[in-house]
Design a protein around this ligand. Structure first.
Ligand code: PLP
Length: 452
């Protein structure tokens, strides 16, 4: 059975048949890859693609083309990094210049200084920065720094927030109802093999009472509060008015570090990220994804009194490829484009993204569906449910199977979206892409009319 609601299943069986017929090259490769590559994919989440993971040959701007020659308008954008779209000329040229000069030096070079200075001028909490390769790594550096500075072992995170796949943070990420009930208030590890999580307190997003209750009994133990300042990994849920300000107040009072994980929001919702958007300055902030424009790069930005622990060498920060010039050349080009005309790109993306959200809402509501969109123009969530979510548990009310059927129908219509309902826009998307996407959504919705 494809869906619990056959009338509203976006004609999923027919759509899947169509896709299978035109993506034989992907299927053959996926079958072959499974003989050598564990699970056939390089990151577990990619396995959830329906009908199977596709193989891509090239991308350009807002479009990506698979190995069978099907071209899609891409709202997945490699899970977020491609803020300027696929293979933008500015990044290509910068990387090509650097390629001829050397792939990496394992030593100092001018791009490190240039990008550090750019980050400091864009990011409110940045007195000093340092570089690594992935979001996962840089979050670990932030948490290590917080432990060193405070002499405390534990930290507080929020349910549904993702901070990479290290044991220490891969907890209470997307627990099922059964797991939540079985855990009886304890953090829920994702998958097997993880160490026990004795160092983590978990609170629901937007719930000040829960945060305050944890602080009332454990303030002396908590080195850091870490959050996605916009909960992009579970429903794109913004902080409620006053929530971040109260976190700031509480952490300052208790001498706990406030860490914003801006791996998604950084250089996506604006040049100064979520901290610029909301006017709340954390102690430390982590960046990856859009900063490198699709290359391997992450950064930690923070206030001098804390970053000085790295300066002194008391907190170790190391990595063979840290600050590698290829990634920093890409970052240089990315930041130059994003900073042009006072950040005009962000305003354009916001406008296009809002238009897309409104258009999708109209098309789907006209077909009888109940849905909400949450978030911003550059990153938003579309969920089949009746009320916006306040926290992760609210997102569990969404009809995920129905969304998955919608995504499948869109794929058949030449629109690629992520399986979890998150949509990313880039500077390369155009009004024509939005028109084409809305027309595709309209055709997809025709197969699902709830009240024909
Ligand atoms: C908010 C957030 N933090 C950290 C990470 C981990 O980054 P990476 O996948 O580069 O290790 C991600 C990845 O999606 C993320 O969304």
């Amino acid at each position: 059975m494809i869906s619990a609601q056959p009338l509203a299943s976006f004609d999923a069986e027919r759509r899947e048949d169509n896709i299978r017929k035109k993506t034989g090259g992907s299927l053959a490769r996926y079958s072959r890859a499974q003989q050598s590559l564990a699970g056939g994919v390089s990151s577990s989440l990619r396995r959830s693609a329906r009908p199977y993971p596709l193989y891509f040959a090239h991308g350009s701007g807002g479009l990506v083309t698979d190995v069978d020659g099907n071209t899609y308008i891409d709202y997945g954008l490699a899970w977020g990094p491609l803020i300027l779209g696929h293979a933008p000329a500015a990044i290509r040229e910068a990387v090509e210049v650097q390629l001829r000069r050397g792939l990496t030096y394992g030593a100092q070079h001018d791009l490190e200084i240039e990008i550090s200075e750019k980050l400091i001028s864009a990011i409110p909490c940045a007195d000093l920065v340092c570089f690594a390769n992935s979001g996962t790594e840089i979050v670990q550096l932030a948490l290590r720094l917080a432990r060193a500075v405070t002499g405390r072992e534990k930290f507080l995170k929020f349910e549904g927030h993702y901070h990479g796949w290290d044991d220490s943070v891969l907890v209470s990420y997307h627990p099922s109802r059964l797991e939540i009930d079985a855990a009886n208030g304890e953090p829920v590890p994702a998958g097997l093999g993880q160490r026990r999580h004795q160092d983590v307190f978990v609170a629901p997003w937007n719930d000040l009472n829960a945060v305050e209750a944890i602080f009332n009994s454990h303030a002396e133990e908590i080195s850091a509060v870490i959050c996605e300042p916009i909960l992009c990994n579970s429903g794109c849920i913004p902080p409620e008015p006053g929530f971040l300000a109260r976190l700031r107040e509480l952490t300052s009072k208790e001498r706990t570090l406030l860490i914003f994980d801006e791996v998604i929001t950084g250089f996506r919702v604006g040049l100064s990220g979520a901290q610029g958007l909301f006017g709340i300055v954390p102690d430390l902030a982590t960046y990856a994804k859009a900063l490198g424009g699709g290359t391997v790069l992450s950064a930690l930005a923070g206030r001098r009194e804390f970053m000085d622990w790295i300066v002194s060498g008391n907190v170790v920060h190391a990595g063979t490829l840290n600050g590698n010039p290829l990634s920093l050349a890409a970052a240089s080009a990315t930041l130059n484009v994003l900073a042009q005309n006072g950040g005009a790109v962000f305003r354009d993306i916001e406008r296009l993204g809002r238009r897309l959200q409104q258009g999708l809402t109209t098309v789907l509501r006209n077909a009888g569906h109940t849905l909400v969109t949450q978030g911003y123009g550059a990153v938003f969530q579309l969920s089949f449910m009746d009320q916006p979510a306040r926290n992760y548990r609210d997102t569990m009310r969404a009809d995920k199977r129905l969304y998955s059927d919608f995504a499948l129908a869109l794929l058949d219509e030449g629109v690629l979206v992520l399986p979890d309902g998150r949509w990313y826009l880039s500077a390369a998307h155009t009004e024509a892409d939005i028109d084409a996407t809305l027309a595709a959504a309209e055709r997809a919705a025709r197969g699902s009319r709830v009240n024909p």
